[in-house]
Design a protein around this ligand. Sequence first.
Ligand code: NDP
Ligand code: PYC
Length: 332
Amino acid sequence: MTLAALRALAQAKLKAVGLAADHADAVAETMVAGERDGCASHGIYRLLVAAASVRAGVVVPDARPVVSRPGKALVRVDGGGGFAQLAFARGLPVLVEAARTHGIAALALNHVVHFAALWPEVEALAEQGLVALAVTPSHAWVAPAGGTKPVFGTNPIAFGWPRPGQAPFVFDFATSVVARGEIELHRRAGLPVPEDWGYDAEGAPTTDAKAVLDGAMRTFGGHKGSALAAMVELLAGPLIGDMTSRESLARDGGRGGSPIGGELIVAIDPAGFLGEETAAHLARAEAMFAAIEAQGARLPSARRYAARARSLAEGVVVPAALHAEIMAIGGA
Ligand code: NDP
Ligand code: PYC
């Protein structure tokens, strides 16, 4: 499919299940971006997830995000129970202005439903010359290192760094060993998962994708990923007055919707510390990137940018079974 056709399909299906037009457009954009960049777990498959959240009554389909300024360098968007994408779009220009004015600024998204990848957000900030960090909890699906019962969400951390004359340096990954969406895709394809991805409901290691989904996922990097997952809970939960992953799952109440809660995004203007020396110091960062690539190692986001270039030229391939499921999403 061409990206334009995919976008039109996503927008039409989201509107058909009852999502307001501005939400449908913002949500469709992130799904198309995921598919375009070869991120299947957060690509067009998420149309099924978003439609299910709307139908389960987890998301407010016509929520109006409200922007406020709790402090000079602080921005808050109350998403009113809607999807996070429109709340972020409303907060983005205000965050950029605040970061340029104060050197550093933070945006809290509150009361949003979140199922998306975070890289589009940090990439958008880095494209405007800002360093960016974004975190969000999800539902309690992940066991702490040393335990086997869920406490944390899959809790992604995304980072963006502006690069003069080229696409930003961006990474974005879950603090679980893998995103839950990846395990969902294994379950749908009838494939086993590696034994170190999670536990069954009795706490035993398993390669059965469904058993992991019903049991607990593991953090990446043992105690290190576990501590980072806790940090994400704290930064985008209690610190901004929003829910932890345990609270989000409890609020869902078995409806099977996407996580409900908050997100924290921090933006830093390099010129704040560096002033007229900004260009010289960004060039030193380029030397580090060059040293990585000189070894044959790749930078995070290099695969994504290559996939993007391919998709823009050739379109994307949507698996027939997934396309049929999408077409079966009816009206409201
Ligand atoms: P991965 O484990 O696939 O890691 C992805 C990141 O690592 C990307 O930045 C990727 O770059 C980079 N990377 C992967 N392999 C290499 C390599 N060999 N060398 C250098 N860099 C590499 O991602 P996850 O499964 O953990 O997460 C996938 C997505 O799920 C994320 O976008 C995340 O935001 C999303 N997510 C969202 C949640 C939510 O609550 N909203 C919860 C959990 C996850 P590249 O893209 O170029 O390959
Ligand atoms: O893949 O873990 C995940 C996820 C959770 C919320 C959105 N994506």
